[in-house]
Design a protein around this ligand. Sequence first.
Ligand code: CMP
Length: 140
Amino acid sequence: MAIERTFSIIKPDATARNLTGAVNAIIEKAGLRIVAQKRIRMSREQAETFYAVHKARPFFGELVDFMISAPVVVQVLEGEGAIAKYRDVMGATDPSKAADGTIRKQHAKSIGENSVHGSDAAETAAIEIAQFFSGNEIVG
Ligand code: CMP
């Protein structure tokens, strides 16, 4: 399988509970390498751009408010089949449906406050990575 890069966000509910290290430990144990990482406070504009695909959804306003409510950690993860692998490691969007051992099963509070985001496809991974990182900030 090809080496891929995917984009990850450790969300405000996780940073607020000091879970960055716990989440990173699960990521690294799964064989994914954290090749870029920074802790930022997302602006409203950044969050609206990032989640533009969900603009028509009833939860869009709540989602944007949540993402700017506390710091987040944005990351680039690298590894074999990294996009699908990280989605497995995160678990289902709704933590009550997430499999045992996944990040969301262990740490997420609700479908909205679900601790992590991961890209869903190669095209979105490239767009999401480029929104937050320049090439020289990613060190594989
Ligand atoms: P994420 O993988 O970051 O992509 C879109 C996000 O929207 C998702 O995780 C959830 O945090 C959020 N989301 C999805 N469904 C709902 C919902 N019904 N209510 C609130 N937030 C939601």
